[in-house]
Ligand binder design. Structure first.
Ligand SMILES: C[S@@+](CC[C@H](N)C(=O)[O-])C[C@H]1O[C@@H](n2cnc3c(N)ncnc32)[C@H](O)[C@@H]1O
Length: 258
């Protein structure tokens, strides 16, 4: 998997429906308020949750591997006032191996960056690096999807699904998003995914851009074992950002250092 598989897609990613309508902002801003700072957001992307957390008063470090995502985040942060901008620090690094020489009261992983790690070795390297950065008594939030067996066992690999409502960018490009999962490896628990952007330019030119990436799916109890093995105690598990029970689509683990 290319290290920077989000490069070239930041703008599309930031404005597409699944990003814009995701209902996790209040969950993360409340966590910042209740835990205090500083906060580390691992895989911060374009700042979708990072910027609201800084606006809520948190000192936040956003870490991401993609220069394109980080520079979009810098641009978006640029319109905020000095106080908010001062609270945001962006770092380009790999979540499996970084050293920020700082401990955090809260470490989060909004919208599933952890699932881009393909192997258990990478997952453990990431969790152990995160643990080193977590202050005693601090909170770690692991945010992944709850694997849906219907989707994983669907054998129509050509099918494009999940068409989102079109959105228009400031230069007039109209973009429609669909998805395809060309293959699923049930042994490695890895889904090869495509996010397909059909772009209609204002001069009439049509373009089809395909972002390829992988998502490793992890079941609830596997994730609990993994967290325990990496030195975390799971305080609670949620199935959604409004306190839904497990089985509601998401898996959100609230953990602390053992
Ligand atoms: C689905 S996006 C989530 C972005 C943001 N957290 C949000 O909620 O919108 C996943 C992000 O993880 C980043 N990422 C993927 N692999 C990474 C790695 N090994 N280290 C750091 N960031 C990584 C990608 O560049 C991307 O910005």
């Amino acid at each position: 998997m290319s290290e920077e598989f989000y490069n070239g897609f930041a703008e599309y990613y930031h404005y597409h429906q699944a990003s814009v309508s995701r209902d996790d902002i209040r969950f993360y801003t409340e966590l910042c308020r209740s835990n205090g700072g500083p906060v580390l957001e691992v895989g911060c992307g374009t700042g979708r949750t990072l910027i609201p957390c800084a606006k809520a008063g948190a000192e936040v470090v956003g870490l991401d591997l993609s220069e394109d995502m980080l520079s979009f985040c810098r641009k978006t942060t640029g319109v905020e006032n000095d106080d908010i901008r001062r609270r945001i620090n962006l770092v380009k690094a790999d979540m499996t191996n970084f050293d920020l020489k700082q401990k955090f009261q809260l470490i989060t992983t909004p919208f599933r960056p952890f699932q881009h790690l393909a192997t258990i070795e990478e997952q453990l390297a990431c969790l152990s690096t995160i643990r080193k950065h977590l202050a005693p008594g601090g909170t770690f939030v692991l945010d992944i999807f709850d694997p849906d067996l219907d989707v994983l066992t669907d054998t129509d690999r050509e099918l494009e699904f999940g068409e989102e409502p079109p959105f228009t960018l400031s230069d007039g490009r109209e973009v429609t998003v669909t998805y395809r999962n060309p293959s699923v490896d049930p042994v490695m628990q890895v889904v090869h995914c495509e996010m397909i952007f059909s772009v209609n330019h204002s001069d009439g030119k049509m373009e089809r851009l395909v972002q390829e990436f992988i998502m490793r799916y992890t079941f609830r109890w596997e994730a609990e074992h993994l967290l325990h093995r990496a030195g975390f105690r799971v305080r609670s598990v949620l199935g959604g950002y409004n306190g839904e029970p497990v089985g509601s689509g998401e898996l959100i683990f609230i953990a602390e250092r053992i």
